[in-house]
Design a binder for this molecule. Sequence first.
Ligand SMILES: Cc1cc2nc3c(=O)[nH]c(=O)nc-3n(C[C@H](O)[C@H](O)[C@H](O)COP(=O)(O)OP(=O)(O)OC[C@H]3O[C@@H](n4cnc5c(N)ncnc54)[C@H](O)[C@@H]3O)c2cc1C
Length: 579
Amino acid sequence: MNAAAAFKTVEILQNAFRILAYLHLTDYLWPHQATVHDGPSYDFIVVGGGTAGSVIANRLSEIEHINVLLIEAGGNPPFESDLPGVPILMEKSRYDWNYTAGLDGFDESCRLKPSYEVILGKMLGGTSSMNYMIYNRGKPKDYDSWAEISNDATWKWENVLPYFIKSSKIKDAKILQSVDKKYYGTDGLLQITRDRREGIDTFLDAYRELGHDTFLDFNENNILGFSPHMFMIADRSRQSSAYAFLSPIKNRRNLHVLKNTLVTKILFDKNKKAVGVEVLTEDRKTMTLKAKKEVIVSAGVMNTPKLLMLSGVGPEEHLKGKNIEVVSNLPVGENLQEHMSAVIVVNMETIIDPPEPSPYEMPGFSFSGYVSVNQSSNNPDYQQTTYVTTPEVILYYCTFTFQLSDEVCNNIFKQNVKRLQAINFIININPKSRGKVLLKSANPEDPPVINTGFFSNKDDIEDLVDYVLDYLKVLNTTYLTNIGAELVEAIPRCNEFGKETREFWRCYIPCVSAGLSQLTSTCPMGTVVDGRLRVHGVKGLRVADASVMPTITRGNPMAAVIMIGEKVSDMIKQDNNLI
Ligand SMILES: Cc1cc2nc3c(=O)[nH]c(=O)nc-3n(C[C@H](O)[C@H](O)[C@H](O)COP(=O)(O)OP(=O)(O)OC[C@H]3O[C@@H](n4cnc5c(N)ncnc54)[C@H](O)[C@@H]3O)c2cc1C
């Protein structure tokens, strides 16, 4: 196998599943298509049936006398979305928006293509229907700083924790028997399980030897230290937001779900109140749908700013340049943030019988940890996420997902003779670089212009160098020495410097690094929305998704997006006297 063959194999599998799609195997899980006509009024219109939108549609339609219309550009998630082991099959497919950006700070010579492919789900459940399902709440201080930025104390950790608890249903005997069970719900809609696969605890010994704490789960208020992952997987199925929050209420009479329909514009009256949306339906009809109370935009980190700007809410100069009438002049689309990570592969123990990949779990066992480099601080500098799996699996992700060049991926694969590999992501969780989303044109069917800004602040590379040098200590621990663990040489040309030097990693990081698809913050609290997620300068319009985070959480963001969906639903109910 080589990188080109691995890429082809993923495409062949995608085509096989495409044929399977004709059987509509999992369609019974999802709400039926709503019948709508020009003009009818709903109480609330939610734009985007993704991670946050599914939660909001559920919680608002709990009130029986309220009519909710949820509009989603994609359709039902396919059969493969239900299988937790094959998220890669939905990337760059019709379930992905297939947006691209420039390479920005990446070293082009190590990339598969001269552009960067941004992965975003286009289906019910949105990106939660195709992501890697790690459940990580970030750190309490993330929310305390949101409260400060938004000037709204309800975002403080102690006030958002009840929403994390409300949405979750923990399925793990050890946690349920521990004192930390209080951090989880037992009757929420989102089921969560812990990675208990063999091998994790032995690997965590290495971190204990270095003096790190290890836990059952780092979501339990543990700031520093390592633990196995919690996954949004249960009963062998992906717990996407659509699976958790829409499927159980698919027959609710006051919830109307309009699929395969693109919202092209938010409509305002003369008082700048959002009164509805314009849509393009699956049979390419343009329609106007009215909202009596509010429009809530949950179209995700790229499409929410795009829709706001198409509707006249955005930076004045940019909108005027596209001949769009300005309704509210706001820095929409700015402040894009991402977790950039150095990707380091280590050869592990020899495998006699390679484990068979299962479609029901993420390939290989995995864990994450939080580290403060100077160890005296209780504030993590970096997150490490590790998957231990076969070289073949790593090759698929190397080429298809992380878009590294054939040369880099073949180097990583070739140096392995029947050994397991650990793929380590050393993640900068306090990035300083910022990107931007702009309109390409006033045509809603055009993709946005995305400037990722990766490594635009050179401190981000220097910080990653510090973190990688710190990470390398683990290679000298008893466990990793005993199995003969060794760094894989992905970029031989960096070898003119020693691996212990900063120069080596300054050469390596712009090459073998990846954005983790954890993009946030393009319509942040503070500058674009207030603490109740109401868009500044207009009425009747809120945004609720990953774009409202003023700073990216120091963890994988989906759990926080679900929390935002839960919290905004309560705020909407309160502000409309519904509770
Ligand atoms: C490959 C990958 C792996 C990831 N792994 C993890 C992980 O393991 N753990 C984690 O916590 N996070 C992970 N993430 C990130 C996480 O999934 C996202 O941050 C989160 O799902 C974003 O939720 P959202 O509600 O903001 O947007 P989305 O879930 O993307 O929802 C937006 C929805 O709006 C729809 N939409 C957009 N525009 C329109 C329009 N104009 N009209 C109608 N509908 C529209 C979209 O089709 C989509 O369904 C991953 C992301 C990716 C891409």
